[in-house]
Ligand binder design. Structure first.
Ligand code: ZN
Length: 122
């Protein structure tokens, strides 16, 4: 378990299962947690179909890589796996901001209780 600080109310949130939620909006799957003090929702992870495909492929590659390293495969083979994993990682990083944006909009809209939007320039 871990502590995170809430950007909204600056309380330290001790994450327990109770605060963690999962919602699905169409093909968008969202993991989030809710601040128990102010109710602010934080997306911890979001994925859509292409992202989940990449996750599956990356996991499979990492498994192969582990086997290759354990069995002392040729350096060249190992490098190919490493490069393939890196390529997927880069694709995921490129996709993540848009996914998070969609996910944040989705969880913010869910069960919103007319919260006042406060936008103060500090
Ligand atoms: Zn809070």
């Amino acid at each position: 378990m871990k502590y995170v600080e809430c950007n909204g109310c600056k309380q330290m949130i001790y994450l327990t299962g109770a605060q963690i939620g999962h919602v699905e909006e169409g093909d968008l799957h969202i993991d989030y947690f809710t601040c128990p003090y102010c109710g602010k929702k934080y997306v911890s992870f979001a994925s859509d179909v292409p992202m989940r495909e990449l996750i599956t492929r990356r996991r499979a590659l990492q498994e192969k890589l582990k086997v290759a390293q354990a069995n002392k495969f040729r350096e060249k083979t190992i490098r190919q796996y490493v490069r393939a994993v890196d390529k997927i990682k880069a694709q995921q990083e490129k996709m993540m901001p848009a996914l998070l944006e969609r996910a944040n909009a989705a969880v913010a809209g869910e069960g919103a209780d007319h919260g006042e939007e406060e936008e103060k320039e500090g």
